[in-house]
Design a protein around this ligand. Structure first.
Ligand code: HEM
Length: 294
């Protein structure tokens, strides 16, 4: 258990059921010291806060391990980067709480940050993707989750975390038209029992992403949330790590970089946004930006 610099309180427990994923860029009146003071005023219980590389640069600072989300392509798949300056995952027990918190946040940040993108998210059924498959089964738990997601004591960034945020848009009409056997083969699991398929194809998502199959092992803490807006549906993929490397290794294998096999998820879903952020620790109940930024 960590003392002193603590992780942001919403990272390790499961997210509350409602969310709003918001990305900001800095505005023309941006002022360094004011911005740092505003960010420190965000209530860590109201959402997870992450700083992107453009903001760290604008603060004339550097942060080891933080970089811009990469854009690249694989056979028939494109990974795009929409790196923002600031990401906040506003969270709440219901939509009322989320909207009130979001309005407080935008009012607080108004002088220095402009809202670039906002998307309502929610937990679907008992933690499933909109395809109906359970998401998060192989997440590390307890102490292991903390070791995977949070920078450990002794490091100047102790208590902080890095997060990858990637928006996927599903073609559910296409997915739902596939026979059930093909749907299971895309995921590599049986939808109802959640059992892993013994003979899943190499393209199955759980074979592409099997965390212990990497050298070194590539564990991440996933806190993804589905979203649904009229006819558009998808997953706001959110993964925390003490480094961004495990996420990026998995993503590159999914896009076929290791062996030319592309993840079958791309047959019905595609990423349309992507950003990397650093989530500062909390000290004395407030976000502590200055311990990491130099
Ligand atoms: C359309 C987007 C995605 C969907 C619908 C999705 C869904 C799923 C599902 C249903 C599982 C199986 C149950 C579980 O262990 O959670 C899973 C596992 C996993 N996914 Fe995804 N996923 C998506 C994108 C990604 C991305 C972008 C990454 C990382 C780059 C990723 C990493 C993982 C990992 C690490 C596992 C556990 C694998 C294991 O160790 O067995 N997923 N995902």
């Amino acid at each position: 258990m960590m003392t002193g610099a603590l992780p942001q309180p919403l990272i390790l427990p499961s997210f509350p059921p409602y969310g709003l994923s918001a990305t900001f860029r800095t505005g023309p009146e941006f002022a360094r010291d004011r911005a740092i003071s505003l960010l420190s005023g965000i209530d860590p219980a109201a959402g997870v806060v992450g700083l992107g590389d453009p903001l760290v640069r604008e603060l004339s600072a550097s942060l080891p391990g933080l970089r811009t989300f990469p854009a690249f392509s694989g056979p028939a798949c494109t990974i795009c980067s929409t790196q923002g300056s600031l990401w906040v995952m506003v969270a709440g027990k219901d939509r009322t709480e989320v909207v009130d918190r979001f309005h407080r946040l935008t009012a607080l940040l108004e002088s220095d940050f402009l809202l670039e993108d906002a998307l309502d998210t929610f937990l679907y059924r008992d933690g499933r993707d909109l395809t109906g498959y359970e998401d998060g089964t192989e997440n590390p738990r307890g102490d292991k989750a903390e070791q995977v997601a949070i920078v450990g004591p002794g490091d100047p960034l102790a208590g902080s975390s890095f997060v990858a945020v990637q928006r996927w848009v599903h073609d559910l009409t296409r997915f739902n038209a596939f026979p059930k056997s093909r749907q299971d083969e895309i995921m590599g699991r049986e939808r109802v029992s959640n059992d892993e398929l013994p003979q899943a194809p190499a393209s199955a998502h759980v074979r592409r992403s099997a965390q212990e199959s990497y050298d070194p092992e590539a564990y991440i803490l996933r806190r993804s949330m589905p979203w649904s807006r009229g006819e558009e549906n998808g997953l706001e993929f959110i993964a925390f790590g003490r480094s961004l490397d495990p996420f990026e290794r998995i993503l590159r294998r999914m896009a076929g970089e290791d062996d030319g096999v592309v993840d079958a998820l791309f047959t019905f879903s595609r990423p349309v946004r992507g950003g990397y952020y650093w989530c500062p620790p909390v000290k004395d109940g407030r976000l502590d930006l200055l311990s990491g930024i130099s």
